[in-house]
Design a protein around this ligand. Structure first.
Ligand code: EPZ
Length: 419
């Protein structure tokens, strides 16, 4: 398995391009199941999770072609299977996003339950409850969800918990249902808006995406999509923190400052100077050490849970004491023990980590446990004294396109070691 070797102590300066958002590209790929026509999807990040989703769709009969910029042309005229096997789903939970499209387009689906992951149990009960309320007959047995429906019907769904992929699955299911579906307490992430815009481009009738109430008027048929995926706000935030931790100055191109306000406000609080344009963000620490910040994760537009590990890493070398409270997932502090092995001063009290900043961290061999935890370890390696070796970086490859090339471009000393 590949490892990353990082020699700490190099300030990050310069500019890189941000990739398309993984968490928008995944549901947008699933929309190819909602049409018989051809779809074009651009600005797709070249990531393991995207390849997994494409393989899953290919198994169902979607013919996917890739050009050299990883833009995708999908021909959905010959979909002939409605299964998502455990062998595929266990490697990527977001495979659950094929459930809503399959049931509403074909009236049947046999999809493996995703199961939990390192950060939590991550149930999909709300996905199932919503589809049932729309008229699907669903059985959950032997680790699989088996769903059947004549034609789903619109209804009012009030989500007990704000769920991103739950909102996405049900919004996709509602596009071909008979009548009006209202999703209340819907997730408001920018990726939901991007998916809705893609669906509207296919002929869906959706209003309210980005608010907590989304209305979808079902239609008979959808055309193919022609959509450019929005920039990845979590990748953007991760590189901004890398620059803040190394007291550097970087510019990120092909991104959007309007989709990560909560993150930018915290970076300003930590002492960064931030300037922004239509599709770029610049952060300048002016050589200063960041100040510690407090965060409390919550659904968008509040502070994103996917940035918690990265800000934990920032707090380990910041000036002062920072408190980080995780409210979304029950086990999203797996990076803490690894950071402590690098000399970080962190105390865990329930779902809050109290971090006392050190001037330096010590390099150490550490192990990635999940996607964003591994990003936090990379950030720590950038400032640690010596050579940090990070194992199990397949977690990282799921969500960060060419991370060592982008960090090298900014002046980091990082290399991938393949066994
Ligand atoms: C999405 O996961 C993202 N993944 C996650 O990003 C992100 O951390 C998460 O949203 C929260 O923002 C994708 O978009 C592919 P949820 P999702 O359903 O949809 C509970 C990354 O790093 N819940 O919004 O699976 C759940 O247990 C990944 O890119 C139920 O109880 O998360 C959690 O506590 C990690 N029942 C809360 O809701 C359900 O049926 C939010 O989960 C569904 C969710």
């Amino acid at each position: 398995m590949d490892k990353l070797l990082i020699t700490g102590g190099h300030q990050l300066n310069g500019e890189i391009r941000i990739s398309g958002a993984k968490n928008a590209a995944l549901p947008i790929l699933a929309t190819t199941l909602l049409t018989d026509a051809t779809s074009k999807i651009s600005n797709v990040p070249h990531l393991q999770d995207i390849i997994t989703m494409m393989n899953l769709l290919k198994k169902m009969g979607v013919n996917l072609e890739l050009d050299d910029n990883f833009n995708i042309v999908a021909d959905s005229s010959n979909i002939n299977s409605f299964n998502a096997d455990y062998s595929m789903v266990k490697t990527m939970r977001a495979s659950i996003l094929v459930l809503g499209p399959l049931v509403t387009k074909f009236g049947k689906a046999h999809v493996s339950l995703p199961g939990g992951c390192a950060i939590g149990a991550r149930p999909v009960n709300l996905h199932i409850q919503g589809l049932t309320a729309m008229g699907a007959k669903i059985k959950v047995e032997n680790g699989y969800i088996t769903a059947e429906a004549d034609r789903l019907h619109g209804t009012t769904l009030c989500m007990d918990v704000v769920t991103v992929t739950g909102t996405e699955n049900l919004m996709m299911a509602a596009t071909l249902a008979d009548g009006l579906t209202i999703i209340e307490n819907a997730a408001r992430e920018p990726e939901i808006i991007d998916l809705a815009n893609c669906l509207i481009g296919m002929g869906a009738k959706i209003t309210g995406a980005g608010t907590d109430t989304i209305r979808i008027e079902g239609v008979e048929k959808l055309s193919g999509c022609n959509h450019r995926v929005l920039p990845d706000r979590i990748e953007t935030g991760t590189y901004l923190i890398a620059a803040a931790m190394t007291s550097g100055k970087i510019r990120l191109n092909n991104t959007d400052a309007n989709i990560l306000d909560a993150v930018l406000l915290k970076l300003l609080e930590s002492g960064a100077t931030i300037t922004r344009g239509d599709d770029w963000i610049e952060l300048d620490m002016q050589g200063r050490r960041p100040r510690a910040i407090d965060i409390h994760t919550a659904p968008y537009p509040a502070f994103p849970t996917d940035m918690q590990a990265q800000f934990t890493a920032l707090n380990t070398i910041a000036e002062g004491v920072g408190m980080l409270t995780e409210t979304i997932f029950e086990n999203r502090f797996m990076h803490i023990s690894e950071l402590q092995r690098m000399g970080a001063k962190i105390r865990l009290e329930g779902n809050t980590a109290i971090v006392t900043g050190n001037r330096k961290l010590q390099a150490a061999p550490v192990m990635a446990t999940d996607l964003r935890a591994s990003a936090g370890l990379v950030l720590a390696g950038l400032v640690a004294e010596g050579n940090t070796l990070i194992e199990r970086i397949y977690h990282l490859d799921r969500g960060y396109e060419q991370i060592e090339a982008k960090l090298t471009q900014l002046g980091a000393k990082i290399q991938r070691i393949s066994d």
